[in-house]
Design a protein around this ligand. Structure first.
Ligand code: ATR
Length: 266
């Protein structure tokens, strides 16, 4: 029987995950198919039920349900608990388990680019669903300081309760940093601009955008022309998928050059 996997969220039309997982299913001779499912919040319960009944064998969860799915699950991995963010769900020992592979995805995307952040300063923009995973990853990587800003300030005040070491900046304020990470949705549309002034920085900072479509947001394009290093969210996506695939199939798929070429232009 063909196993079924889905990415659930709203919207999901842009998602590259089906392309990635179907490629790995085929390469590893696994009889399974991965599709997109755009759902409303009241359908979350049914989807989890379908995993219980083994109509569905696993799901990835994206915006805006990474936290909202938690009440329907039986068990969380330590990382999912820590971040209150679930992007991967499966059934194990008759329980529906929620895991977080975004932390792995973010960390591995940096390691793959030979970026080492020990004792460096990180600056995160945004307070959305992926931010607790990025904070957790940066802490694992032993950064010296994490600054955080968001248009709506109270959301980062809430994050500081959980992560007291965070240093909060008002929207528009800039600090000295080694890496700045856009974790907002600004950039998904081609005319989107982050109204934070990054002129007058020393050269060779790292600008990281969690967005991968479009591949070069205005945030990254300006960074490039100012002589900084730019990285989009494609590798993070690929590595979080790699770990999710392992959760479901007990097999870490290859993330080799052929695979990266395969997803390069999407
Ligand atoms: P969710 O919160 O559902 O996980 P998200 O897309 O992951 O959604 O996060 C949205 C992020 O993008 C938030 O940090 C949001 O800022 P607010 O908390 O102030 O809403 C940010 N964002 C989206 N559009 C923005 C804009 N035009 N200007 C500034 N920040 C924006």
């Amino acid at each position: 029987m063909t196993k079924k996997y889905f990415i659930i969220g709203n919207p999901v039309s842009h998602s590259l995950s089906p392309k990635i997982h179907n490629y790995w299913f085929e390469r590893n001779n696994i009889n399974a198919v991965y599709e997109k499912k755009e759902i409303s919040e009241n359908e979350l319960k049914n989807v989890v039920n379908d995993i219980k009944n083994e109509k569905i064998h696993g799901i990835n969860v994206t915006v805006p349900y990474k936290q909202k799915i938690i009440p329907f699950l039986d068990k969380l991995s330590d990382l999912a608990k820590k971040t209150e963010s679930v992007n991967t769900v499966y059934k194990s020992d008759n329980m529906i388990v929620g895991d977080n592979t975004d932390i792995y995805g973010f960390k591995e995307s940096l390691i793959n680019q030979n970026i080492y952040l020990k004792d460096k300063i990180a600056f995160i923009i945004g307070a959305g669903g992926v931010v607790p995973s990025i904070i957790t990853a940066l802490k694992d990587l032993s950064v010296k300081e994490i600054f955080l800003t968001n248009r709506t300030f109270y959301k980062i005040e809430k994050l500081k309760i959980k992560y007291p070491e965070l240093q909060l900046l008002k929207w528009g304020e800039v600090t000295n940093f080694d890496i700045v990470i856009n974790a907002t949705s600004i950039g998904l549309k081609s005319d989107d601009k982050i109204n934070i002034d990054f002129d007058n920085l020393e050269n060779h900072k790292i600008f990281y955008d969690t967005i991968y479509n479009p591949p070069v947001t205005n945030f990254l394009s300006k960074a490039k022309s100012d002589g900084h290093r730019s990285i989009n969210g494609k590798l993070m996506l690929a590595y979080q998928a790699q770990k999710a695939f392992q959760c479901w199939n007990n097999l870490l798929p290859n993330l080799d050059k052929k695979f990266l070429d395969f997803i390069k232009d999407d």
